[in-house]
Design a binder for this molecule. Structure first.
Ligand code: ZN
Length: 541
């Protein structure tokens, strides 16, 4: 060791060939999330990108990033990105969970459903809030260390903006698809920002009323336009030129374009990256998720969306360039996604199918109650996700008996891969090592929080889609995510700054590695064990 001193100094002085270089001290960290942007979409469309995504794909590229937990939904996924913590630690185990009621007024119910991005205000009403997030985001940490740092989070979805912003963001903005961008009631935006919000919202309201046309199908997407009939009335696969109305306009590129307009407004009005301390801008683009849910992932609709997203992100980066800001940018996703079974079956996945409605906790709970001669349902009703909760009306010694009966009922179903009990999850150690080698139980462990998770975790077999066939084509989703299988866990993780020495690392890394890596890139100290992730060496200092 002693003899290495001089050689070490020489190596430091002459950066070795091929070694990544650190950015000039950045003044702005840009963290982008693309909702439902699976590693599979990145790989499929990478060669077609020409703008922002092409630039990001020319930096440090981790094509096999992992949202490594089991419950691959939007809120948990976004909660990992800037906290560096798994959902077990962020507390955001799902988009919605059951927890003990805090108010006697809640119809006397002992357990109530809680949406991840809410709290209860003084009047007992549910209001949007970051309260449920149990750990600070990188923006929260920057602002705690230096109050001059600004942290801004913007998304088409409330839960995405709130999880990226954390508890102490300067500005958190999300879009109500009918009324436009909004923030917490107590927050007053500055005049400039308020004016820009009003401009964008006038456009949102116009689109909501008159609908939004899909773009012309790009030439590169022509071969992907093949209709797949889901019902006699509904087919997907082609890009229909008719205007998307009401909620469905979220599945057009205009949804991301307006999110971008809001982000650019924040850059200009708040002069992000021009202050005395490092600022953070987090933006989550949600249209890819709605395209996936309404049309599946492998049709012309997704192709058009991917090319539009590439252009949208390109406009963001060009704007930052023109403003002369020194920035580092990262991009990932909250989860991956799965195509519709009707297209997967003829394309090499004959086992792809839709989930049996009999698997819903309401129906299983009623069936088990009947078997045991109990009244009502023994399970809290909810859409089938991973967590299943015993009803609080099942008391004392009955709970163990009912739990075993429910476990057996689920386990016997041909679409169910595995059922874990709360005790199994409590007993298992958190996993270490590469996330692609974790067992199902280990994946579920990183989604498990004792105060919020269910009594059972039910894991469906791969390629079982949660949604049924669309009964109301204006509203219903046809494809899903949320499983612990890799198509839902694998997401790209990209880093880029001007001057980065590019490389590609095919080994599996995690989205919880992003926050420690960003902190390292800006020279911000985070104590050991404060985050679950590790620093990825993307640029040597
Ligand atoms: Zn999502």
């Amino acid at each position: 060791m002693r003899r290495c001193g001089l050689i070490g100094l020489l190596l430091l002085a002459t950066s070795a060939p091929g070694m990544a270089t650190a950015p000039v001290q950045p003044t702005l960290v840009v963290a982008l999330a693309v909702d439902q942007y699976s590693a599979d979409l990145f790989s499929e469309y990478r060669s077609l990108y020409r703008h922002g995504l092409a630039r990001l794909a020319s930096g440090a590229v981790f094509p096999r990033g992992y949202q490594s937990h089991a419950g691959t939904e939007t809120c948990p996924g976004h909660s990992t990105i800037l906290t560096g913590a798994h959902p077990a630690r962020t507390g955001i185990v799902a988009n919605e969970w059951y927890e003990p009621s805090r108010l006697p007024a809640q119809n006397g119910q002992a357990m109530v459903a809680r949406y991840c991005a809410t709290t209860i205000d003084a009047s007992g009403a549910r209001v949007l809030s970051p309260e449920a997030l149990l750990v600070p985001t990188l923006g929260d940490r920057l602002r705690a260390a230096d109050a001059r740092s600004r942290s801004v989070a913007i998304s088409g979805k409330d839960r995405s903006a709130i999880m990226l912003g954390g508890k102490n963001a300067s500005v958190t903005l999300w879009m109500d698809w009918q009324a436009g961008f909004t923030t917490y009631p107590a927050v007053k935006l500055g005049d400039g920002m308020a004016r820009r919000v009003a401009e964008v919202n006038a456009e949102v309201k116009r689109i909501y009323v008159s609908g939004q046309r899909q773009p012309k199908l790009p030439e590169q997407c022509a071969a992907r336009a093949q209709p797949i009939a889901l019902t006699p009335e509904v087919s997907v696969g082609e890009l229909h030129p008719t205007a998307a109305k009401a909620k469905r306009w979220r599945a057009t590129p205009a949804f991301d374009a307006l999110t971008l307009r809001m982000a650019l407004a924040a850059v200009d009005e708040l002069q992000l990256g021009k202050g005395p301390a490092v600022d953070l801008l987090a933006v989550s683009f949600a249209a890819t998720d709605y395209v996936g849910h309404y049309f599946g992932t492998q049709g012309a609709e997704m192709c058009a969306q991917q090319l539009a997203l590439d252009a949208t992100i390109g406009r963001l980066l060009s704007h930052l360039d023109r403003a002369g800001i020194s920035y580092v940018v990262t991009l990932t996703a909250d989860h991956g996604g799965l195509d519709i079974p009707e297209r997967n079956r003829p394309r090499g996945v004959p086992t792809a199918q839709r989930a049996d409605p009999e698997l819903s906790p309401g129906r299983v709970g009623a069936a088990v109650a009947k078997e045991l001669n109990l009244t009502g349902s023994v399970l809290l009703d909810s859409e089938l996700a991973n967590d299943v909760y015993l009803a609080p009306s099942v008391e004392g010694w009955q709970r163990a008996v009912v739990l075993e009966a429910v476990r057996r009922k689920y386990q016997q179903h041909p679409q169910v891969a595995k059922v874990f009990t709360r005790n199994e999850l409590l007993a298992v150690e958190p996993p270490g090592g590469p996330p692609d080698e974790w067992t199902l139980l280990e994946r579920a462990k990183e989604s498990f929080n004792p105060q919020r998770s269910g009594d059972l975790v039910v894991i469906l077999k791969p390629y079982v889609t949660l949604y049924g066939k669309p009964e109301n084509p204006d509203r219903d989703y046809v494809a899903s995510h949320g499983s612990p299988w890799d198509y839902d866990r694998r997401v790209p993780i990209l880093f880029w700054w001007r001057g980065i020495v590019p490389f590609e690392q095919p080994a599996a890394v995690e989205t919880v590695d992003i926050a420690p890596t960003l902190a390292d890139l800006i020279g911000f100290k985070v104590g050991p064990h404060e985050m679950d992730g590790q620093v990825l060496q993307v640029g040597q200092r």
